[in-house]
Design a protein around this ligand. Structure first.
Ligand SMILES: [Zn+2]
Ligand SMILES: [Zn+2]
Length: 291
């Protein structure tokens, strides 16, 4: 079994992982972006401008971190579009040596100390075959809020399941990709469980999968005990456990009365992840547990 328990015993930190500013094609300055997210209860953000990594340490305080990231593209799919990658914790000034190979770009970002996420698979019209060969990415964006608001291509959960079904181990990330030319802020985030609000604490939680993704509800606890996965959430109308192929189970209620659900593990399950949905049709997604 391989997974990260959510215990609700460590610090819970709300974070935005994909945000643009006026340093590339965004409409708010880094200062305005930091203020905007801080005022909405975020504890940390990564600023991920296109092809540019800047040092935002001057915007950090004891209770809010602005961390360095960047968005870079490489390769082409059969439809002629490049793949977009988010590098988290890239050094300021980072420039990749080539744009031809997605794998080379991932390797270069990782060698520079970053963790890498594949951005907006649905918006990029990627198939699972485009993603499967990539090595060294932490995961993919399962919700890119700006893509949803702009052209209804924000959700890439099917890509995620296609890959999980084929044995690829990837985390799922909800992000904004906010540019603030339209109302594309605050629609997708993660909540990490970390020892402390620090770059180290956040990067450790990301690497270990000690977080959930959300655009509304919260996952308070997720544990496995005596062959049962048990989850506790804020009030929701449904909790679904998803596994390989057609295995799975949904618990539904006409109102938002569900706060706890259990799922029995069977030997045929290769992985289990769960989603919950609140009365406003907002969802939260756990990371997979692998067997
Ligand atoms: Zn992009
Ligand atoms: Zn972007």
């Amino acid at each position: 079994m391989n997974w990260s328990e959510l215990t609700n015993k460590k610090k819970r930190l709300k974070g935005g992982l994909h945000i643009h500013t006026t340093l590339s094609d965004g409409h708010k300055t880094p200062e305005e972006v930091a203020e905007w997210y801080r005022n909405r209860g975020f504890d940390f953000i990564f600023i991920t401008d296109h092809n540019k990594v800047s040092d935002f340490s001057y915007l950090c305080s004891d209770d809010f971190l602005v961390l360095n990231g960047g968005e870079f593209t490489a390769g082409r799919t059969d439809l002629g579009e490049p793949l977009h990658f988010i590098g988290l914790n890239l050094p300021p000034g980072f420039t990749p040596s080539s744009k031809s190979s997605p794998q080379d770009l991932i390797n270069e970002m990782r060698e520079a100390g970053a963790e890498v996420i594949l951005a907006h698979p649905y918006w990029s019209q990627l198939s699972w075959q485009d993603i499967f060969p990539l090595e060294g990415i932490l995961g993919l964006e399962i919700l890119n809020y700006a893509s949803e608001v702009a052209i209804r291509k924000g959700y890439s959960v099917v890509h995620w399941d296609d890959l999980l079904n084929r044995g690829k181990r990837l985390y799922g990330f909800a992000v904004d990709d906010s540019h603030f030319g339209i109302e594309d802020g605050g629609g997708g985030w993660i909540e990490v469980e970390a020892e402390e609000l620090s770059l180290k604490g956040i990067m450790e939680a990301l690497r270990n999968g000690a977080f959930f993704s959300s655009c509304g509800p919260k996952i308070l606890e997720m544990k496995i005990k005596e062959g049962l996965v048990e989850v506790t959430t804020t009030p929701v109308v449904s909790v679904c456990f998803l596994s390989n192929l057609a295995l799975g189970y949904c618990l539904n209620s006409p109102d938002d009365s569900i706060t706890k659900a259990q799922f029995e593990l069977k030997p045929r399950y290769k992985f289990v992840r769960f989603e919950c949905e609140d009365e406003h049709h907002k969802r939260a997604w756990s990371n997979p547990v692998y067997f």
